[in-house]
Design a protein around this ligand. Sequence first.
Ligand SMILES: [Fe+2]
Length: 217
Amino acid sequence: MQHHYARPRRLVTDDVRAAVLEDFPEIAWIPDAGLRAKAVEAWGYALCCSDFNRITDIPPEGNPGAPVLRRGTQADHVRGVVRYTKAIAEEFAQSYPECVIDWDVLYAGAVCHDVGKPFEFDRANRQRWEADPADSGMPTFRHSVFGMHVCLTVGLPDEVAHIAVGHSFEGLHMGVSTECTIVRQADHGWWHLAGALGLVTPETVGVLSANLRARSA
Ligand SMILES: [Fe+2]
């Protein structure tokens, strides 16, 4: 069996970092400057572990193949989840000021929740996995797991990496933090509402929920 190593295929340059910020301006909402820089680094590192040059090059899908947005790119989803996370957290913080929220972890986690997608969506990876899943697994790592790896590799704290791995199905097999719960709600809610509002292709909307009745677009 041939062995493979998930490592950058090219250098993470300032051009890569600039493109990340251009495609994902909500990264600026992370209050702590150090975490903000590491979130940019995480996306740059993840892109360079794939053949995608920018977040806007990644298809607008929750998982490869389903659910699929009718239009847009992955940037529309991840930006929407950060904005939705903000709306949810601010609602509770304003209505119940006694709520304790770590806003650094919350925003960094929302920004990085899908940082593993360049790896899971990469065409070369998918072709290799599909060719021999008995050797590689299919996928070798889901985006949530690879996202955790990326977060830890660039020096983000465990609490942010926890949100990357816990935001998706993996979160059903672990206790999830308060901030992870908020990002999970924002992420899953975003997809369900996109489905209900007719923004997801009819062929793939069924994966979201058995009781969802999508408005025709
Ligand atoms: Fe997501």
